[in-house]
Design a protein around this ligand. Structure first.
Ligand code: GLN
Length: 482
């Protein structure tokens, strides 16, 4: 039953010598062996390396001396984060056998705090998608109902935490890829402020939007894990040196001091069950002393087109490096250099990735740049200004995370426009670089999880976690049957 404990409980058991790291690893490995055939949340689990790390941790503990409280707890990591000596595939054929020669900054930090790697999780290829159906390794399934998508692109991380196949996980969020799967799978997921966590060693999708964040089964675990991976890193030029002030013990906030902004625009087109649920939570917060204020974020309608122009433009540039020469898949059907490039890329990339590269290349091409990319940058500025104005009046903003709960596998995959539109409530936070969390707020009539999103101003993660911890207490705890 070790898989049911949160970080503090596991740390205590380890500290008292009641369990060893090997026992915890064993317990999660058994869960993975029993259930991951159904959920498909992991791409790589290296049993041997897992036990080796656990034994090393147990030896460190036995030796005594200074030790992190969390030494020996296993964590799942999204497969676009480089792990030295362990495959990092990005769920793509082009990186199917890629073994990084270095560690991402976040993985170094995890190791530095004694956490051990449980496995690498499934995702949409290069983090492009909302369902994991764009994975070369097949989709992950939602633990609440395996006919449904777990969300994406960090769907493997969310599903693994939801199904108790991992105590917590790391993901990345370019337009909602942590918060949307967290909402669909009934777990907590945070995308921190842009610059809070180093992107060194994260395989780039859209560099001005990408940010690494965490998943947990409770707010405290997500906060703790984020505090471990946060911090300045000179190898990422967008990394910012700010205090990490949100360790779980510092999180208890007072509702009487908080002003919550609620933008009408974020409730348009939202399913009735979700709207009722979130409005109910807001009423309850008000009764308990929070001040609720109506605000307007009127540029939300620009968010989807602006995001899909900027993200694809950056992706077309970032993905130029997969050329079959330096690393990754290489086509053996080519006879000239040009053919090698084009065959490698057409055989190695999946459909969605190709679509995005073509869109991005088109919008950046001469003659179109001003009409598309430059226009999108202007739209991005309007969205940033919108939030600035809002945060001069309110501390945080509450909205639903998604417009619907998890939908059927196969339902959206052939309608990319509809899938892009479904990101509408999460992508503005990436465009503005602000932090956002999704916490489970209950179930809809179909028994599927509903996510509540809290956004805050830059580096106000503490406010977000504080409020999230309060809301967590007023929500019915939910868990899948698995
Ligand atoms: N669903 C969005 C997209 O497909 C977001 C992806 C992400 O955050 N990585 O681009």
């Amino acid at each position: 039953m070790l898989y049911k404990y949160n970080f503090e409980e596991l740390a205590l058991l380890l500290e008292r010598g009641e369990v060893r790291s090997v026992d915890i690893a064993d317990s999660f490995l058994k869960r993975i062996q029993n259930y991951d055939k159904k959920i498909n949340s992991f791409i790589t689990v290296d049993e041997e390396k897992l036990y080796l790390q656990a034994e090393e941790s147990d030896a460190r503990r036995k030796k005594g001396g200074e030790l992190s409280r969390y030494d020996g707890i296993p964590i799942a990591v999204k497969d676009n984060i480089c792990t030295k000596g362990i495959k990092t595939t990005c769920a793509s054929k082009i990186l199917e056998n890629f073994i990084p020669p270095y560690n991402a900054a976040v993985y170094e930090k995890l190791k530095g705090s004694g956490f051990i790697l449980l496995g690498k999780t499934n995702m949409d290829e290069f983090a492009m998608g909302s369902t994991t159906e764009a994975s070369f390794f097949g989709p992950s399934k939602n633990p609440y109902n395996t006919e449904k998508v777990p969300g994406g692109s960090s769907g493997g991380s969310a599903a693994a935490v939801s199904a108790n196949l991992a105590p917590a996980a790391i993901g990345s969020d370019t337009g909602g890829s942590i918060r949307q799967p967290a909402a669909f799978c009934g777990v907590t997921g945070i995308k921190p402020t842009y610059g809070r966590v180093s992107r060194y060693g994260l395989v780039a999708f859209a560099s001005s939007l990408d940010q690494i964040g965490t998943f947990g089964n409770c707010v405290d675990d997500a906060a703790l894990l984020l505090s471990v991976i946060s911090g300045y890193d000179k190898r990422d030029s967008t990394s910012i040196d700010v205090e990490v002030d949100f360790h779980p013990e510092k999180l208890r906030d007072d509702l009487n001091e908080i002003v919550i902004g609620v933008p009408d625009e974020y409730f348009k087109g939202v399913s009735e069950d979700i709207r009722n649920n979130i409005e109910g939570k807001l009423k309850e917060l008000e009764v308990n002393g929070a001040k609720i204020e109506k605000i307007s974020l009127k540029y939300i309608d620009y968010a989807v087109p602006v995001y899909y122009l900027i993200a694809t433009a950056e992706a077309s540039s970032n993905l130029a490096r997969y050329d079959g020469i330096r690393y990754g898949y290489r086509s053996d059907a080519a006879s000239t250099l040009d053919e090698l490039y084009s065959k490698t890329r057409s055989e190695g990339f999946g459909k969605e990735v190709k679509r995005r590269i073509m869109l991005g290349t088109f919008s950046l091409s001469s003659g179109y740049y001003d009409a598309y990319y430059l226009k999108a940058l202007k739209g991005r500025t309007l969205i940033i200004e919108d939030f600035k104005k809002a945060f001069s009046k309110v501390d945080v903003i509450i909205t639903p995370t998604t417009t619907t709960t998890a939908y059927n596998l196969g339902e959206m995959i052939n309608d990319p426009l509809q899938m892009y539109m479904s990101d509408i409530l999460t992508i503005s936070a990436n465009l503005a670089g602000i932090p956002g969390i999704s916490i489970p707020a209950g179930l809809d009539r179909e028994g599927l999880p509903i996510g509540l999103q809290i956004m805050g101003s830059h580096f106000r993660e503490k406010k977000i976690f504080g409020l999230a911890a309060i809301i967590e207490k007023i929500c019915e705890p939910i868990h899948p049957e698995i």
